[in-house]
Write a protein that binds this ligand. Structure first.
Ligand code: TRP
Ligand code: SF4
Length: 336
């Protein structure tokens, strides 16, 4: 417990990829909203991290609009800027100072072993030699993000666990060399909400284009749901379906009222309902689920400088904390 009755300090970040989808919402974002009740929360749009894998001016031109769209989604979901610190990574450049200083206590071998690094190198069709130096240091920057605010708890998906392990090793090393300075940050695993994509094969994901954007209009949602794959063996309307293998059914279980689920199952297996109607029903459930989110988003979007004001205020508050930490680190490292 901290002096203000909170359980501790949360830090988490998302790369600004633009509008978020239902999978992002049911996974990370909803969890971030809930954590505001129990923790001091700091939420950051990590634009410098985005630069590690961007290439050229066209890509970079998308960062700003992507930040704006993502922050609107955060706010509409219920991230409360009165309660939590919301800011953009690059607006507090102290994180880059800390990143450089932490790189002095981080063996290169630790970074080259990180599984996400190896995977990125493969995905990008690069080699460990050709890849940019910033990408190798990605987890060091992430550590700097977290400990600049002395956060102790980091809500992330399981893919990020190795980064948090590394963060703790860096912290231990720093504290060993220069004296107790930072808490060892713990990952708080976000349960995988398992929101299946419209392809029925994969998790919902923007890069696979099998997703439903939160900010879409109800019509757009219905149109996209209509393209969803269903039971591949149900070729004719008169064929009974198999809800267990149908991703539309799986989405119904998440978004339709609990009382409808047994009926959907029954009507599908007896061919009393067709897939076209079943998808319309699903779209209606999802649109209903997102109605208040969308209304809030439109409201925030219509206030001319709202997002900018939130981010400026967040940056100011974050920077005040950051400057204190950098001062302390300078003293410990003999730089003050
Ligand atoms: N690496 C995280 C991701 O790809 C994003 C991130 C950057 C982050 N800095 C962070 C997450 C600090 C938690 C804490 O999802
Ligand atoms: Fe899937 Fe619904 Fe078609 Fe059954 S009726 S196969 S649950 S879309």
């Amino acid at each position: 417990m901290t002096s203000d009755g909170k359980k501790g300090t949360i830090f988490s970040g998302m790369r600004p990829t633009g509008k978020l989808h239902l999978g992002n919402y049911m996974g990370a974002l909803e969890n971030w909203v809930t954590l505001q009740n129990d923790y001091n929360c700091i939420y950051c749009a990590v634009d410098i991290h985005a630069l590690t894998t961007l290439d050229g001016a066209t890509d970079v031109a998308e960062i700003k609009p992507n930040i704006h769209d993502m922050i609107l989604d955060w706010l509409a979901a219920g991230i409360d800027p009165e309660e939590s610190l919301v800011f953009v990574q690059s607006s507090v450049p102290e994180v880059m100072t800390l990143h450089t200083l932490l790189s002095m206590v981080t063996p290169l071998g630790w970074l080259l072993r990180v599984p996400t690094f190896k995977e990125k190198v493969r995905q990008m069709d690069e080699t460990e030699e050709s890849v940019n130096y910033g990408l190798v240091g990605y987890p060091v920057l992430q550590t700097a993000d977290i400990i600049l605010y002395k956060a102790d708890t980091v809500p992330v998906g399981k893919d990020q666990v190795p980064h948090l392990e590394l963060a703790r090793e860096i912290v231990r090393r720093f504290n060993n060399h220069y004296g107790e300075t930072f808490p060892e940050p713990q990952a708080k695993l976000t349960e995988d909400a398992l929101i299946v994509g419209l392809d029925g094969q994969n998790k919902m994901s923007k890069s696979l284009d099998n997703h439903l954007e939160l900010a879409d209009s109800p019509e757009e949602t219905a149109k996209r749901v209509a393209t969803a794959f269903t039971d591949p063996q149900r070729l004719r309307r008169a064929d009974p379906g198999r809800p267990e293998v149908c991703n539309v059914y799986s989405l119904h279980k998440t978004f339709s009222p609990a009382g409808d689920i047994a009926t959907i199952h029954e009507e599908c297996t007896t061919a009393a309902r067709g897939c076209v109607d079943c998808k319309r029903h699903l779209a209606a459930s999802i649109n209903n689920y997102l109605e208040s989110f969308r209304e809030r988003r439109r409201e925030f979007e219509s206030r001319p400088s709202y997002v900018q004001d939130v981010l400026e205020d967040g940056a100011k508050k974050a920077q005040a904390i950051a400057q204190k930490t950098i001062q302390e680190v300078y003293e410990k490292m003999g730089l003050a």
